[in-house]
Design a protein around this ligand. Sequence first.
Ligand code: SIN
Length: 535
Amino acid sequence: MVNPERFLSTIEFGSVPTLEPGVLVIGGGIAGLAAALAAAEHSDVMLVTKDVFQESNTYYAQGGIAAAMAVGDSPEDHLNDTLVAGAGLCDREAVRVLVEEGVSCCRELIDWDMPFDKVGDEIAFTREGGHGCRRVIHADGDATGKVIVATMLDRVRNHPNIRMLDKHFVIDLLHFEGECYGALMMDSAYGRMLKVEAGATIVATGGLGRIFRETTNPEVATGDGFALCFRAGATLRDMEFVQFHPTTLYLPGAPRFLISEAVRGEGAHLLNLSGERFMKKYTEQGELAPRDVVSQSIFKELNATGTTHVNLDLRHIDDGLIDERFPNIKEICANYGIDIKTEYIPVRPSVHYMMGGVKTDTNGFTGIERLYAVGEVASTGVHGANRLASNSLLEGLVFGKRAGLASANVGADHHKFPPRSIARHTFGKTVPLDIEDVVRSLKALTWRDLGVYRDGPKLQEAEKSIASWERYIIPEQFQARGGFEIQNMITTAKVMVRAALIRTESRGAHQRIDYPDTDPQWEHHAELSVREFME
Ligand code: SIN
């Protein structure tokens, strides 16, 4: 096994410039922005992202934010829908925090001039799968994420206590004996190292879709934060639960562009290639069943009919509603020659969201002193085995703010990293390595063996392949972001495969061909840390 501290030990710390903020926030999506804004009320904050600040899963979010704000709705109803979707694995207390504080966090966004769409003077609500009522608020029709990022970034940029740093890739967290001291990062443009010694560190690095061949996620979603926290000794939980979004554009050569669940919420139908509405064959809830059920039903239909995709039919939806609600989807499809008012959209499921992540409490605390995790990289317990649609932006807002406030207290008391305490190692020879080929192989493996349906023997083979790659794809090979990313992708995939292997049942988004039933004995989380991988 690769020593997690091996790379850190090669850095000559004396020569690396050092910055010392109270709180370091890594990641510029909704959770990172919320954390930075909250922490900055009490501390100086450094907010770092590996790319530019717009590049995050948040920016591409379409549907919206689920919040119990409509007349007749209640946090209790939202809680119940979340628990049902989560298939027995949600942490009830964390969900309660989410649905109750979510309402005030959304009101705060409105106070910050977030222009949610309205009907007359009232906020407009749409419906998505698994929600018992219209509960999802949105902006610019189907560009909610973009508008949220603009609103929050504007506030962050104008905050006197926040310093922003883009294009800085975090290579590793500085950690020693169960305590985090900040991070070692690299300026992607010039390859210079930077050491940030922080009183508290918040990892808000988002998701991991890019580990798979087909995903809605942007290129930055390479699972870095899962691997960073894992190497620092944190526990990863529920990593077998990968959410497939049922409807992503399926055209040869085109990216798997998200076709929002809100499209089905506004009445679109799923048809097989014979033109039949098939969802009711699989579930009473039809197109508006929770996401895991819809994705699994589509795959069953594809297998039954021997086809590669199904079609999404909006033709019966009012043209004005399409123009108003889905301008972005309409335009992207038009770019590929599809008029969504008169033609079907070819779709199939692809990887969208990691339900598990770094185990935290409801303040984002990871159990490693001074280390917090929030947003998609974290496992607060709110999603269980299947995330309810549009609960993820809400989670980022609520728990980002909580972690920001909690870390600001801790961050006031600054600690210096004790580099001399880390043992030095001698290294083997590096070998020529085609990073792109490794990435292609990993994506093929995860798509084949960690897809919607898993099988024990295939997972065992996947585990062996990853272990063999890990022996020669080692951090000292790399001088640039792509290399460090593939290291993180491999580490994260390794944990996902092990988690999928040990859960010997089918539940929510984790479906085992060799264990097709839900096992009441498995109504608990699977937790993995470095210890479980020691040979
Ligand atoms: C969507 O618009 O369908 C995505 C929303 C989500 O992932 O919650």
